[in-house]
Design a protein around this ligand. Sequence first.
Ligand code: 5GP
Ligand code: ZN
Length: 114
Amino acid sequence: MENCLFCKINRGEIPATKVYEDDRVFAIEDINPQAPVHLLIIPKTHRATVLDIEDNDVETIGSIFSVAGTLAKERNLDRGGFRVVLNCGAGAGQSVFHIHYHLLGGRPLNWPPG
Ligand code: 5GP
Ligand code: ZN
């Protein structure tokens, strides 16, 4: 998508600290971290929200969780716990309309989230 922030980051048009990349997904440091570890895991194919996920995206979406586990271990979050969060829609706090999974950890995480 021409004017999408995460598509632009994927194309290298906007800088970001990339911490992981494969054929299907990439991960970056969040610019405004809400926890000591706050990464965004992002499918390369543009999908605005969960509501736009298609049947042939299933492998990509599944791979997000294996990437999340790998990154969580790399950041030593496997013992203390971490959260993988996807906000869907403005009412749930989504501000960038290209699906992304927040990987948060390194501090106690309250439940339920606000
Ligand atoms: P959302 O609110 O849509 O669930 O999450 C969007 C996330 O993207 C926020 O946590 C926000 O801090 C992050 N973000 C917004 N703009 C940028 C940017 O230009 N670079 C990076 N690395 N993160 C961004
Ligand atoms: Zn996009």
